[in-house]
Design a protein around this ligand. Structure first.
Ligand SMILES: [Zn+2]
Length: 262
């Protein structure tokens, strides 16, 4: 049986793909990646992600990443709403808190994130959440708004994981889990993520899985490498990759209300 996967997080408009975007998509298809969720991180990129989704038959998100919160236009909620009313735009995000880089002042990050949680609730859409070193504040904000969604590229500790699961959130796992150095804590936590709450995503072109053999010459991640993440999770959960493929696919379709090709 062939394993079909959905990549629940791709930065397709990143300049690293400018020279060979079509070839990257062809390799994804050859690797049985049947669909991609294209991530927006600010207004222009969210527009581009939706255009690409419409063009290639994928889905997109629209939001303001915490790094860009400080630059958010006064009318960003109106602008995001226009995008999110399009049928292929499926979630509000990336949105969230990043206290690791602190590219935007924290009070502004919280304000812009809270507005996007309210927007997600108003439009009855899930949130696509980014969190780094900010799990306490993020937990309380999501709890207060009672928003559904996914914590993408989860890299937190067990307390954070338990709290997110208690809120009903899904957990997105990237190639971070394949990293034999900084991924060790995450590897220990995979067993605590129920199969019906797990999403897999490459976050391409970032976070290339370190278990690819032979190592690709180009140090750039792409959707075709998603099976390496699936296999790593399967081995950590002591199950087969097919089981993880099936669950993560169903979870992605359920959370984002996708109607996808087989
Ligand atoms: Zn992120």
């Amino acid at each position: 049986m062939t394993m079909t996967l959905i990549d629940a997080g791709v930065n397709l408009c990143n300049a690293q793909f400018d020279k060979d975007r079509e070839a990257v998509l062809a390799r994804a298809k050859a690797a049985n990646i049947s669909n991609l969720l294209l991530i927006g991180t600010e207004l222009a990129q969210s527009k581009q992600a939706l255009e690409d989704a419409n063009r290639y038959g994928f889905f997109s998100t629209a939001g303001i990443h915490p790094h860009y919160a400080v630059d958010a236009a006064d009318n960003f909620i109106t602008e995001l709403t226009t995008l999110l009313q399009q049928p292929n735009c499926k979630a509000v995000g990336e949105c969230g808190l990043d206290y690791n880089r602190d590219f935007s002042p924290r009070d502004i990050q919280r304000e812009v994130f809270a507005k996007q949680l309210t927007l997600a609730n108003t439009l009855d859409l899930p949130a696509y959440i980014h969190e780094r070193d900010a799990s306490d504040d993020l937990y309380h904000l999501v709890k207060e708004h009672n928003t559904t969604g996914v914590v993408h590229c989860f890299t937190g500790n067990k307390t954070a994981l338990t709290r997110y699961l208690d809120l009903g959130l899904y957990i997105g796992i990237t190639g971070w889990v394949c990293d034999e150095r900084r991924g060790l804590e995450l590897q220990q936590l995979i067993q605590y993520i129920p199969n019906d709450r797990l999403l897999i995503e490459t976050d391409a072109p970032f976070l290339i899985p370190r278990n690819i053999k032979p190592k690709p010459k180009l140090h750039r991640n792409e959707p075709a490498y998603l099976p390496y993440i699936c296999q790593m999770i399967a081995s950590l959960k002591q199950t087969d990759a097919q089981t993880i493929a099936l669950h993560t696919r169903q979870n992605t379709e359920r959370l984002f209300r996708l109607t996808t090709r087989q």
